[in-house]
Design a protein around this ligand. Structure first.
Ligand code: ADP
Length: 834
């Protein structure tokens, strides 16, 4: 910790020094550098202004000289002869004039000092600026710069107005001013290294240059054109007194200052590479970087050296401390117990660091506290008494509970002795050990012991020799012993039916670590019972066997149940087999039944076919018999007597009956064999009942019997064969009238029931006994009719009716009470909508 703080301090110092240096640079050195630059630039501007000012002065002086000349009398009066002479004289003595001319008010040259003057007199130059500016505006005019090769001069034309005595402008004095002096001035101006100055006219041409001898140029002076440089363009644009400009040409960055000449608008440009201006600053910056690096390195070096030295010293001290602490800690950690001392009031005066491990308090947190503050209420009384006892007796070993920082209780065991000074008890000291874990394990062991002892499983422990050392109550119960004394010390082998088996089990359990299985056990009284045994070997932490452990469950009952279950299963298997064979038998019978049914059906069909054929065959001869009998009765072949007539009547009646019978048999068998065609249509029941009522009338009337037809309103159409339906109803009504006394009441009723029409034929006649009700639908089943005393009918009517109804898909049944009338009801399907 300390070495770290030293490092932090040094680093902070290091940072501070660097920061101070940076601030110094920021607020002092950088402004200084900036200032250097500004000074460089200012100097540049000053040079430009100086040159400009000097050149201006020169030009102005020249213009003034011209103005003075123009004030001469010969000019004022435009005295050509005299002015020419004056001009020649002036040109001769002047160093800066190359020639002079005079122009009149119309712009014509009237006099001049040059030899070829007449050349200029052929036209008016009134449109030239050197005439217009002075003549019309009264101002000095500086015209275009010229280069003359004979002699080599550079000149500029200057013109001033000539005024008469009355002040009126009468002409213009034009002078060509030599600029050689000016050029030299620029060339010789004391410039600094790499500094360049030049003069440009308003056309951007270079008039003078500090470094270039313009006269040495092949094309002559004025051939240098700098008009593309930004400051030259500023000069050409005019209007400003001067300025500065930074620009770059072929990789060199320049700083330029320029000044505009007041007299003629020309510009003086002074330029220097930026590097020259920055020169000093650059050196300074370089120095600065060097200083910075040096500063950094030195500070870092010092810091490192100091850190190293300090750290080394500190490390040595720490190591020594660490060693001693380690020894101390080792000692304490080995013990893990708290060493403490108290004063005689119980206030803690010392606690070893173990207090933090056990109770979570650092020693300084408990020192000064009364130890009672760490003891829970329920232990305070006992521990307080122990403390008093200690003060009296001088030493004690006891248990108590201490609360840790999280208020969790710890079981503690402590040994304490008193501290005496001058034979007076001044306090106590001792050692406290955390026995919470021991207590917990003791408790756990107790629970385990109880669990084993009270387990319903029998449990036994034997030593490695196989002698029993422990058994629980369940074991004693299971083996029929009263006291464990009878068992302990005995060989474990003695409790089993077959000693060899027991020995083997013990061996296997030892070899493989365990054995689970069933074994026959022997009780105290010698009886044998089945046991499920789990044998194992208990080992210590090193894996060495300590003892043998066995747990036993009496499985006699389970075995018995298993046996029973097995027997029951076997029985069930037998029953199952029986059931299976019965099922097979049943299936065979069913198959036979199916075959028989098919046979019966075939026979029935054959029977019906036979009957149909036979009836047909019988009818023909019978009709012959009936026909001839009638002929004979009607005495067509010849007269017959009374007895013969009677015989013939009997023959006729019997034949008629037979024909009826045959017809009905034929009808029935035709329907049964499926030969009868049914013409199913949708028809209203009334269609049938109305004609039926008419048909029945002659039969009912002589017997004073009434017939009521009651058809439910809105009864839908039925789906039926009309003729067959008539036959059914006729048959039922014939029976009804036949088995009803005279004056009886007959009724046909039809109602709807779901998708069916239910039709009933009702009479209040003699009725039918319960036992006959089923049979009457069988063919040839007839009962005596007490009303007629004779058997009329064939016994086939109802059978035919049943067949017809069933062929329609319907059903027929009778409800009747003997002596109380009958109700025959059948159902017919309602017409399908489509
Ligand atoms: P039958 O030609 O004898 O009328 P059916 O098959 O029509 O033959 O009738 C069989 C028998 O059912 C009849 O002999 C009669 O005893 C009984 N039977 C039929 N209809 C009625 C009825 N409405 N009342 C009482 N008995 C009837």
């Amino acid at each position: 910790m300390r070495s770290l703080s030293w490092r932090v301090k040094l680093t902070a110092l290091f940072t501070l020094v660097l920061l101070a240096s940076l601030l110094l640079q920021l607020f002092c050195v950088l402004p200084f550098i900036r200032n250097q630059q500004v000074m460089g630039e200012t100097h540049q501007r000053e040079v430009a202004r100086n040159i400009g000012w000097e050149l201006d002065r020169h030009l102005t002086r020249f213009a003034n000289e011209l103005t003075i000349i123009a004030k001469g009398e010969e000019f004022r009066n435009m005295d050509v002869v005299n002015q020419t002479q004056t001009m020649v004289e002036v040109v001769e003595i002047s160093t800066s004039l190359s020639s002079l001319f005079v122009m009149d008010a119309e712009g014509w040259f009237v006099s001049g000092t040059v030899d070829n003057f007449p050349v200029y007199t052929t036209k008016s130059y009134a449109d030239k600026p050197y005439f217009i500016v002075p003549f019309e505006q009264g101002e000095v005019s500086f015209a275009q710069t010229q280069f003359y090769s004979q002699p080599e001069i550079v000149a500029t034309t200057v013109s001033v107005p000539i005024k008469s005595d009355t002040g009126e402008r009468v002409g213009v004095l034009v002078g060509n001013m030599l600029l050689n002096e000016l050029i030299e001035y620029v060339a010789n101006y004391p410039l600094r290294e790499e500094q360049v100055a030049f003069l440009v006219d308003i056309g951007g041409r270079v008039v003078a240059h500090s470094e270039i001898d313009l006269f040495a140029l092949e094309e002559g002076p004025l051939s240098l054109d700098y008009s593309d440089l930004p400051m030259v363009q500023a000069v050409m644009a005019g209007g400003v007194a001067g300025g500065t400009q930074k620009y770059v040409t072929t990789d060199v960055s320049y700083f330029a200052a320029y000044a505009i000449l007041e007299s003629n608008g020309w510009g003086v440009v002074v330029e220097v590479p930026m590097s020259v201006i920055l020169g000093k600053s650059n050196v300074l910056t370089g120095q600065l970087i060097f200083i910075n690096i040096a500063l950094f390195t030195v500070t870092l070096g010092i810091t490192l050296v100091l850190t190293k030295q300090i750290t080394a010293a500190q490390k040595r001290a720490e190591e020594a401390l660490w060693e001693s602490e380690k020894r101390y800690r080792d000692l304490i950690e080995k013990e893990k117990d708290i060493i403490y001392s108290l004063d005689n009031k119980g206030e803690i005066t010392f606690a070893s660091p173990a207090v933090e491990i056990i109770l979570g308090y650092r020693p300084e947190e408990v020192i000064g506290k009364n130890f009672m503050a760490l003891i829970p209420k329920e232990w305070q009384e006992e521990t307080g008494a122990d403390f008093n006892n200690l003060l009296k007796t001088g030493e004690i070993t006891a248990e108590t509970v201490l609360l840790d920082k999280k208020e969790q209780p710890h079981f503690m065991e402590y040994s304490s002795t008193v501290i005496k000074e001058d034979n007076k008890v001044v306090g106590t000291r001792g050692i406290v050990r955390d026995i919470t874990e021991r207590k917990r394990m003791e408790e756990e062991m107790r629970v385990k012991d109880n669990a084993i002892a009270s387990s319903i499983n029998a449990v036994a422990i034997a030593d490695l020799e196989g002698n029993v050392t422990y058994v629980n109550q369940a074991f004693l119960r299971m083996w029929g012993y009263d006291d464990e004394k009878e068992v302990l010390g005995k060989s474990a082998v003695a409790f089993w039916q077959v000693a060899e088996e027991a020995v083997e089990v013990m061996q296997v359990a030892m070899d493989r670590g365990g054995w689970v299985g069933e074994l026959a056990a022997r009780r105290k009284d010698g009886s044998i019972f089945d046991v499920q045994l789990s044998a194992s070997v208990v080992r210590d932490e090193a894996g060495e066997p300590i003892c043998r452990f066995g747990s036993f469950v009496d499985i006699t009952e389970r075995k018995r149940m298993e046996r029973e279950l097995r027997e029951r299963n076997e029985q069930l298997d037998v029953q199952n087999e029986e059931l299976q064979s019965q099922t097979e038998e049943l299936m065979t019978q069913q198959q036979e039944l199916i075959e028989k049914t098919e046979e019966v059906e075939r026979a029935n069909r054959l029977k019906s076919e036979f009957l149909a054929n036979m009836s047909h065959g019988l009818r023909t001869p019978l009709n012959v018999i009936i026909g001839f009998s009638e002929l004979m009765k009607d005495e067509v072949p010849g007269k017959i007597n009374k007895e013969q007539r009677q015989c013939l009547s009997d023959v006729l009646a019997s034949s008629q009956h037979l024909l009826n019978l045959i017809n009905e048999v034929l009808d029935l068998s035709k329907v049964e064999s499926g030969k009868t065609r049914f013409h199913l249509t949708n028809l209203a029941l009334t269609e049938v009942t109305e004609s039926l009522a008419r048909t029945m009338l002659p039969i009912l009337a002589p017997r004073q019997q009434s017939l009521d037809v009651e058809i439910e309103e809105g009864l839908p159409l039925v789906h039926a064969d009309k003729a067959k339906l008539s036959e059914v109803l006729l048959n039922l009504l014939s029976n009804a009238t036949k088995f009803t006394p005279d004056g009886g009441k007959l009724k046909v009723e039809a109602v709807r029931e779901d998708n069916w029409c239910r039709v009933s034929v009702i009479d209040n006649g003699i009725g039918i006994k319960k036992e006959d009700q089923e049979q009457i639908f069988e063919p040839f089943y007839q009962l005596d009719n007490p009303l007629t005393k004779e058997k009329s009918g064939t016994g086939l009517g109802l059978a035919l009716v049943k067949q017809i109804i069933e062929k329609h898909g319907g059903q027929i049944w009778v409800e009747s009470e003997y002596g109380g009338g009958s109700r025959f009801t059948f159902t017919l399907p309602l017409a399908t909508t489509d």
